[in-house]
Design a protein around this ligand. Sequence first.
Ligand code: BDP
Length: 605
Amino acid sequence: MLENSMLYPKTTASRRAVSLDGMWKFWLDENGTGEKDGFADGIPGEDRIPVPASFQDFYTEKNIREFAGDIWYEREVFVPGEWEGSQLFLRFGAATHRAAVYVNGRKITEHEGGFLPFCADITGVVRYQADNQIVVRVNNELTVTNIPCGETLTLPDGRKMNKPYFDFFNYSGLQRSVFLLALPKEYVFDFDLDYEIAGKDAFLHYQVKTTGEHETVLRLYDEQGREVAASAGKSGVMKVENARLWRVRDAYLYRLVIRILDGDALIDEYAQEIGIRTVEVKGTSILLNGEPVYLKGFGKHEDSDIVGRGFHIGVMKRDFELMKWIGANSFRTAHYPYSEEIYQMADREGFLVIDEVAAVGLFESLMNFMEASSGKKTAFFKKETTPMLLKAHKKAIEELITRDKNHPCVIAWSLLNEPETTDEAAVPYFKEVFDLARELDVQKRPRTFALIMNSLPDTCKCYRFSDIIALNRYYGWYVKGGHEISQARLLFQKEMDAWKALNLDKPFIFTEYGTDTLGTEHKLPSVMWSQEYQEEYLNMTNEVFDSYDFIKGEQIWNFADFQTTEGILRVNGNKKGVFTRDRQPKDAAYLLRRRWKGLPLDYKG
Ligand code: BDP
């Protein structure tokens, strides 16, 4: 069990959540001596930076953008006197990739992993009715003992530099919201929900964890605020008569209120929007509420101008509007768990989410995207450090599932992206990771991982672990692009025929396919990188998708152009977006819109 509650911060009748977003003092620790130089008591300089945001794209100096090392943040927070007797936490939505938190000069906690929340219990160290100093040391160095994987090199001038094994810019810092929380001593720590649909009714099986022994009471309200079910006890079942189900693009959200009571007196109250639905894989079908669904949508990134990977509520809204406009119904949180607000919005808008942990770059390559199809072997899971990586990976899976399990939008867990699966050494690693996800999720949602180009029916040792086979394929781009596209089609079909011959009786989806396309480039006849070629490629790919019944979804790479490390294969970023980085459509968006609006939800069902 995790040390701290992962519940989203909220003010309720018994809880206080104060946002600490805004301008924080900021210092890049060029020499890495901050700890020794006493930064815990106060950081140097007067520079201030917005939180939440990636620090990289505000400044004009390249050494700042490319900085690898310790990044220090500081601010003051006033703790009201009436909070004495409460349990106080600082709650970070994420600190990329690791952090240490100091309050009034004392180190409170450390956390490893850059895309999941953590708390610092500051109850014993705060000064009440006074200002308190918060200092955070964030470190953004890439290693092979934590996810996502990469290396940190030292340049001849002594500066460190990050070399990701993955294809997105190593944005970092305090990229998500920070809260100060005041909770009662006895509080709701966590809860699990599972659903059963019986005719018109539904049964909600629940289990609540609290930090004490007082009575726990649950009430469920519909969207009109009418109470539809109630129960007492830390575990039990609630019957919801005439339940309105949560459906794709037709979400219905009930409000679950959990209270801890001492007689009539309220000790704690926590409320969350939930959706009644079941998810299951049966044969080659993905079933939502027992009915087949076909996934249409994207692999995305949290990425935008200026704030980088920082959560931006406006960008989130625009992205959902574009996804609705184009007729999408799903996305994968490539390649890390996203900000919690995005899942809340997907719950409300009825989007299906494949929730991915940050296990990317588990294939030694400074240009993952280029070597993906080369057949190169790096014996990644045979490293001396593999046990450490596995430990970090499993911890991230536990944090991910604990954080996201009660979102109706989450229909599957993606446990790795493009790992090296051609070596037997991957097998025990996969087994541990897949078993853990099964054990932790009471809903037993399908588990998957995205297969790299060279993970083929005859080379991949790990596909059997997946409940849904998810392929990242680039026939017509990395393999036989341009005028050779007819050959790309044949190779693509050959691979799909080989999968078919295995008769796995599992659904297949495409979690990546696409072409880099410059939003400015038109060329008739087409050339690679032109908008015409993106359409030609999509027409070929869609025809292949349509000719295999067991293909149950298509999530194109990528929703929008995004920033990567600079290099000869990337023109100021990856340009496979259907939309540009400023969220305007390329021509392919209209083609996809026509297709996706026309495909029924139960396509090939
Ligand atoms: C795959 C990766 C993804 C890359 C993509 C690409 O999963 O992160 O951005 O290909 O090459 O290798 O565009």
